[in-house]
Design a protein around this ligand. Sequence first.
Ligand code: ADP
Ligand code: MG
Length: 325
Amino acid sequence: MNTTLLHAEGLRKEYKLPRGQTLRALDNISLEIMPGEVLGLVGESGCGKSTLGRCLLRLTELSSGTITFDGCDISSLNERAMRPLRRQMQMVFQDSYASLNPRRRIGDLIAEPLRVHPDNNGKKRSSSTIEARLAELTELVGLSTSALSRYPHEFSGGQRQRINIARALALSPQLIVADEPVSALDVSIQAQIINLFTDLKERLGLTYIFIAHDLAVVRQISTRVAVMYLGAIVEQGETDAILHTPAHPYTAALIAAVPEPVIRKNASRTLLRGDVPSPVSPPSGCRFHTRCPKAQADCAIVVPDLRPLPDGRVVACHFPLVNDP
Ligand code: ADP
Ligand code: MG
């Protein structure tokens, strides 16, 4: 059976700023994730990737929109009703140190969710059950059991990410939102952690939303990609199609910014001009028009809808780089 695991429709998130201004962090975001998929979320810093990840897991309150997880509308559940669902969806963050209490041993940190949440029969887990699960988890993420009695500062960034991943896996979730989990790591360590994510997905049948600003990372792990700009998705589709023949000038610019030979560049080499506009006062019409090399007069007036292309992807551009039907 291939039913949607997570479906988000019309998500909006506004932050009220002190001087009465409104920052639109998410503007009408819709997406769908099937079980076993890896959806890569990309875009420049500040475009709303983390906000989207947190809103999808209901860690940040939405302003409007609906989220269905495993057939259940979770968008307006209160924290108590969310609780049994929390074990199904976990997050891994970029800063491997911030999420680990430095005064607690690794074993305690990984076991914490097992102590806080009851088992499937609503019962508290016994110490022996927790011990056994800890042994499984350390094996899964490639740590030795001797790590369990040590403290976070005794580990490298890559090892600490393994610890965070073990903690996220403790309750056997279905979905993991990984928010730039390798961005702070050296390139050689990045590859090891990406391989670990891939391996765990195969072994455990996990589904990921994998946030990265680095397209090379996204290409390695994602089956599909959603490209975000100023709080909106501007292009979404299969990874290969998007990276080899980007349809949105913004996607093309992101690809052009990647050093060779990681991704073969397309003929159109458009480099991004200027800074990202403020999400407090986004540009009229197409939000990308102020930096777009293809922009025409209309682009400043008419908001482009996300339209499907023949290969199944969607793109929000009046003049996509890939031929229209
Ligand atoms: P990304 O993860 O893509 O870098 P974020 O989701 O962190 O982007 O941020 C999106 C926008 O929302 C940014 O303009 C950011 O400054 C703003 N933002 C994020 N969190 C808050 C908050 N708690 N209050 C006000 N603005 C916020
Ligand atoms: Mg972020």
